[in-house]
Structure formats: structure tokens, C-alpha cells
Unconditional design. Structure first.
Length: 374
């Protein structure tokens, strides 16, 4: 049975070149980057060259890139320090953010009694920028936290426009870019943005490593304390092989961006066409012009099929999801879809199908065949 992986929004397959680079670093460059002898200096060089490579691709300065274990850690750090150290009194976000942001803000509200306001979300999953402007008209020290690409429905934030709105209202701007880095062109110098986060395993790099962009002179302080690694902002011995793997993965994603985007967009269009043929009344959750890697669909199946649909597909060797992998053990409906769908539609089966350049038309055909058999 051929296995088909269509859950790339949760994690991605490592590129062979990334595995090779990580293996080389593990074998040859195993020194501690904080050590002053040659082994340490070589490891330090790997870390700093990786930082420069990543900074160049997202158009930031190397000193603004801080390595973390993942996007969740980076989100927690930025939001907590903004409230605790920068004395932010209010956070504006949407109800369709990743739980790494939603739950962090919820706890910060309890702990620091900050004001939390939710910007309106349109029925297609886009952020209502008129409502954002209205919210920012309040004279209160504010941080806006809005993700660049939604991880469940693929809607894309007008990030430059949001940055300008925040700038005009003297608000700090933070964006979770976990689903966009490596898939869209990112130019942090063209966006009035203070903080962003990314995670390597979303762009064919290793798990357990990510990075944050922290604008110069932001005043952020560490989440926890220890050594002086990462200029004291993120203590702990650097995972040199993972950092090198992340840099290699982003270099390859950037170099192949146009070719791979065209291939994946073609697959997505083919998927939509096949769904239209076999399930004419299916609906796309969110906007049809979201990111090319994600398609979230509401299927015309009875409510009774909802609970077992993923199991049936898995038995046929096909991996998809109903939403964020972080919530896969939950029986609750997707908090993202809950903001967009009627209560009746929310009970019906929705699938998130997420693609990568490793996928083929045969994968799509196998998915359609499996869905027809359910």
C-alpha cells in the first residue's frame, strides 16, 4: 500500500540535503560554540553563518535573529516579555490565532490583568482591518499579534498593511509566521514589524529548532536565565546541527521557491477540480486564494462520518488532518472553523489537506479514491 502524506501544515519531510548537512555537523563540528578552543570556534562559525544566511533570506540584520526551540517558545517569550518588560497594557489578536498565542495571551490576562481585544474575522477567515483600526483608536499601550498565514485554512494576512496601521497608531506588531516562512517571500525591512517567529520543521527542516526576529533595541528580556548564548536572550547551549539544518532548509526553500510553488499550486488546482467532479457540493473553508499549500474543505458527508473519517483515510495509508496537529487529541471542533461555520456545518467533516513539493498527482488521485469509498 502506497502511503500518502498530505499533512504538511503540521510538519514536513526533511530534504535529503538537510539530513546530509546535519549529519556532517554532528560528525565533524561537535564542539560547544561557547568554548574558546578550535572545536568551539568552528561550531560557533556554523551558528553565525547560519544566522547570517537566515537573516539575508528574510531581509533582516543577523543580530535581529535569535534561535529558539520552536515557534511556540518564541511566541511565549515575545508576548510575555512585551507585557512584563515593555509594560504593554493591551494585546489585540484574533480568535483564529494558533493556540501558542491564544493560550499565552489568556494566561497573561489572568496574571497581569491586561486588556485583551479580539479583532473581527470575516466569514472567509480574513481579518477585518477596519475593525483593527477602530480598536487601535483607543489610547492604550498595545501590542497587535496576528499570524501571517492561518495554519488551518491558509488565509493570508495583508501583513504590510497591518504593519502600517500599527505604526500609525504607535502599536507594537508581532506576527506568527510559522506557516509562511519558506513558502512566501518575506521582507522584514519593508514591513513595520517588531517581532516574528518561524519554525524549521514547517519548511523541510528539523523539529526542535526555530527562530525569532526581534527588532533592534526592542527592550525584550529573556524568558528564562542561564548562560550568555544568543546575546543572553535565549540561554542554553545551541543545537548546532539543528541550526545548520534549519539554515540549509531555508536556503533550499528560498532557492526553489518559484518552481516548487508552481508545482504545488498546480496540484492544489488539480485537487479542487477532482473534488468538484466527485463531490460537487463540497465547499472550501476560508478564501479560495489562500496560501497555495493548504486547502481546507467541508465535505458533503453525514455528520456520523465526522468522527471516523481520519481513521478510515489512515487505514488506507493517507495522512490528512482536521486542523492543527497540536489539537489532534481533542474532541472539540476546530476553534478556527468555529469562527466561520454555522453550528450545523461545524458538525460535518472538514479536512485540512496540506501539500508540499514532494507530493504528486497520484497522491491526489489516491485521496479522492479513498474519499469516494467512505
Amino acid at each position: 500500500m502506497k502511503k500518502v502524506y498530505l499533512d504538511n501544515a503540521s510538519t514536513t519531510q526533511l530534504r535529503p540535503e538537510v539530513i546530509h548537512e546535519m549529519t556532517r555537523v554532528l560528525t565533524e563540528d561537535y564542539g560547544n560554540p561557547s568554548s574558546t578552543h578550535s572545536f568551539g570556534r568552528i561550531a560557533k562559525s556554523v551558528v553565525e553563518l547560519s544566522r547570517k544566511s537566515i537573516a539575508k533570506i528574510v531581509n533582516a540584520s543577523a543580530q535581529e535573529i535569535v534561535f529558539t526551540s520552536c515557534g511556540t517558545e518564541a511566541n511565549n517569550w515575545i508576548l510575555r516579555s512585551a507585557v512584563r518588560d515593555l509594560k504593554i497594557e493591551r494585546i489585540v489578536l484574533s480568535k483564529i490565532e494558533h493556540h501558542a498565542v491564544l493560550y499565552t495571551v489568556e494566561h497573561l490576562k489572568e496574571e497581569f490583568d491586561i486588556q485583551v481585544d479580539f479583532v473581527a474575522v470575516k466569514h472567509n477567515g480574513e481579518i477585518d482591518l477596519t475593525d483593527l483600526v477602530d480598536l487601535l483608536s483607543q489610547d492604550i499601550k498595545t501590542l497587535v499579534s496576528l499570524m501571517h498565514v492561518n495554519n488551518e485554512i491558509g488565509s493570508i494576512l495583508e501583513i504590510e498593511k497591518v504593519g502600517r496601521i500599527c505604526e500609525q497608531h504607535n502599536a507594537l506588531f508581532h506576527s506568527d509566521m510559522v506557516q509562511s516562512v519558506g513558502k512566501l517571500e518575506i521582507d522584514l525591512k519593508s514591513i513595520p514589524i517588531h517581532f516574528m517567529v518561524a519554525s524549521a520543521h514547517k519548511f523541510h527542516g528539523p523539529k526542535g529548532i526555530g527562530f525569532a526576529f526581534i527588532k533592534k533595541n526592542s527592550g525584550l528580556k529573556p524568558l528564562f536565565y542561564g548562560g550568555e548564548q544568543e546575546k543572553g536572550l535565549r540561554p542554553g547551549t545551541e543545537a548546532v546541527h539543528q541550526i545548520a539544518g534549519m539554515a540549509k532548509a531555508l536556503e533550499l526553500s528560498d532557492a526553489n521557491l518559484e518552481t516548487e510553488r508552481n508545482h504545488i499550486q498546480e496540484l492544489k488546482s488539480y485537487l479542487v477540480t477532482q473534488l468538484e467532479i466527485e463531490f460537487p457540493v463540497f465547499e472550501i473553508n476560508g478564501t479560495s486564494d489562500g496560501i497555495y499549500t493548504i486547502l481546507n474543505v467541508l465535505l458533503p458527508f453525514p455528520d456520523a462520518k465526522t468522527a471516523m473519517i481520519l481513521f478510515h483515510l489512515d487505514m488506507k495509508g493517507i495522512a490528512v488532518s482536521r486542523g492543527s496537529a497540536c489539537q489532534s487529541g481533542s474532541i472539540k471542533p476546530s476553534h478556527v472553523l468555529a469562527e466561520m461555520l454555522s453550528s450545523d456545518d461545524l458538525k460535518k467533516p472538514s479536512l485540512r489537506i496540506s501539500l508540499s513539493h514532494f507530493n504528486t498527482k497520484e497522491d491526489i488521485d489516491l485521496l479522492i479514491t479513498a474519499l469516494k469509498s467512505i
